[in-house]
Ligand binder design. Structure first.
Ligand code: GUN
Length: 281
């Protein structure tokens, strides 16, 4: 039997309705939640991502500002903008879209964002809080994945979760959230030998590599939950994930599509984090 789809658009719609209610309540108190999104350079993928983030704010009653800068913006100028946004009482969340141009030190930029406005959850202070089990902001994509597992009532406790990809944005924080929820976690990376040996043991398989078809049907345990974080283009230019969806869906118990899976959930959890920042304020 083919896998059940976990529909990120549908789940997002439900969660965004709650966001809109909370945004309206804050706005009524004169504290409209505000998100600043900074994009440096003209990467077409990043432009689409930030446009979608800002539009989601507008659609759900949050205030948003999109600041776009040339690729040759200096690091000093970017740090000065972040400093101003840190002081701005109308801004509760600050997001600098990654990747940044090579001449800008991304680590330095992330550390310049006030931890209380770091709605990406990338600041070392927030990474440390997550690692020690007291998260302030959970990074949006892994947080969205946890909500997807929750939506199917998946018993994460005691399950074996295998994460393919060890980035600071997805793989590492995902491992912490799953560990905290009681899973046994394996993190694979680009040097992992015999990837299929690991993935075949997964009850929950999260794939975040940026490599199309890195997970094929023979690498999936029958009945597993397969979460595809990838966002790639196939040979005909169509959006696709990291998982060979057509064949894996015949083996998995649950699977997320691309598009319409994790992508909208990332944006939804950004809204949730911004609301939480404004509520705490
Ligand atoms: N680039 C890819 N994913 C993300 C994300 O979640 N946040 C930011 N700031 N940049 C990204």
């Amino acid at each position: 039997m083919p896998a059940h789809l976990i529909d990120g658009n549908l789940l997002s719609k439900q969660l965004r309705a709650n966001v809109a209610t909370r945004a309206a309540a804050l706005t009524a108190l004169g504290k409209r939640p505000g998100l600043a999104v900074i994009l440096v350079g003209d990467s077409s993928a990043s432009q689409v991502y930030v446009r979608n983030k800002v539009k989601a704010c507008e659609d759900n009653g949050l205030h948003s500002v999109l600041e776009k800068y040339d690729a040759n913006l200096t690091e000093v100028a970017l740090l000065a903008r972040i400093d101003a946004l840190n002081q701005d009482p109308h801004i509760h969340g600050i997001l600098v879209q990654l990747p940044l141009p090579a001449h800008i030190n991304a680590h330095k930029v992330i550390e310049a964002i006030a931890a209380a406005k770091d709605v990406d959850g990338f600041h070392v202070s927030n990474a440390g809080l997550l690692m020690t089990g007291n998260p302030l902001f959970r990074p949006c994509t892994p947080y969205g994945v946890m909500k997807m597992l929750e939506s199917i009532d998946y018993p994460v406790r005691g399950a074996h979760a295998v994460i393919v990809g060890a980035s600071n944005i997805v793989g590492k924080p995902q491992s912490m959230l799953l560990l905290q929820a009681g899973a046994t976690v394996t993190i694979c990376n680009s040097k992992t030998r015999d990837l299929g040996h690991h993935t075949r043991h997964a009850d929950i398989l999260v794939v975040a590599t940026g490599k199309r078809n890195i997970v094929t049907a023979d690498m999936v345990k029958p009945g597993a939950v397969v979460i595809d974080v990838g966002m790639n283009r196939d040979d005909s230019g169509k959006l696709c994930g990291d998982v060979d969806f057509a064949n894996v869906k015949e083996v998995a118990g649950y699977i997320t599509p691309v598009p319409g899976g994790v992508g909208p959930m990332t944006i939804t959890m950004l809204l949730v984090n911004t609301i939480e920042a404004a509520e705490r304020n």
